[in-house]
Design a protein around this ligand. Structure first.
Ligand SMILES: Cc1cc2nc3c(=O)[nH]c(=O)nc-3n(C[C@H](O)[C@H](O)[C@H](O)COP(=O)(O)O)c2cc1C
Length: 201
């Protein structure tokens, strides 16, 4: 399949008029969604979320993020069985998400190795965090619900998804149309004063 980002983008703009959604609305409205209705999520919406990632910044512009979209119900069930069992069974809610996204990082990139060796900074993890949040905010602007998932069996999921050695599986993201009751009020956030200092610690 040839994926032409600008074609996907312009089709979406025509269909959804998404250019009228200011980003702050998505930031304010977003919640982690763990209950979804059964509607499947069209692939062009998922691709537009990945297009939002494609535009994200990354250290040295190495763009290490890679995505596996699991939207086949049988594959999702099999992955869920493997990844959300035993001590990870708390995450079984995600087995009902219409789509699971595996966010991975390309490790075999010089900037990754230099950052880690010289500055003790695994830049690819920062890049992946930015990438995932671009994905999540674009999904929100399209009316989709998402939840980051870190609590799952990485080893089993990696094997199941046939991820090669030089690719690191970093997180999953559940995606779907929110179940009507799942929009909650914002979980408590720290006060601004606790987060910020000016000019020195
Ligand atoms: C890196 C990361 C990993 C997360 N892992 C999980 C998880 O495994 N299970 C889960 O239910 N929520 C997970 N979450 C969602 C957080 O619990 C949620 O973002 C936080 O409680 C704030 O709630 P909100 O997203 O609704 O504002 C994760 C979030 C992030 C950013």
């Amino acid at each position: 399949m040839v994926l032409n980002a600008s074609r996907i983008w312009s089709a979406l703009w025509r269909r959804l008029n998404i250019s009228t959604h200011p980003i702050i609305e998505s930031i304010q409205k977003r919640r982690s969604i763990r209950r979804f209705d059964e509607r499947p999520v069209p692939r062009d919406l998922i691709l537009s979320c990945i297009e939002a990632v494609r535009l994200a910044p990354s250290a040295e512009n190495v763009q290490p993020s890679r995505f596996i979209v699991i939207d086949d119900p049988e594959r999702r069930d099999a992955l869920s069985k493997a990844a959300f069992s035993g001590i990870y069974s708390h995450t079984q809610w995600a087995a009902k998400a219409p789509v699971l996204i595996a966010i991975c990082a390309e490790l075999d990139i010089l900037a990754n190795r230099i950052g880690k060796a010289i500055q003790n900074m695994p830049y690819y993890l920062i890049d992946i965090g930015i990438a995932g949040e671009h994905f999540v905010l674009q999904a929100e602007s399209l009316g989709l619900g998402t939840c980051w998932i870190g609590w799952f069996d990485f080893r089993k999921a990696k094997k199941h998804l046939r991820i090669p050695r030089h690719i690191r599986l970093c997180e999953l993201i559940a995606v779907g149309y929110p179940d009507g009751e799942s929009r909650k009020s914002l979980r408590k956030r720290k006060d601004l004063e606790e987060l910020v200092r000016f000019n020195q610690w």
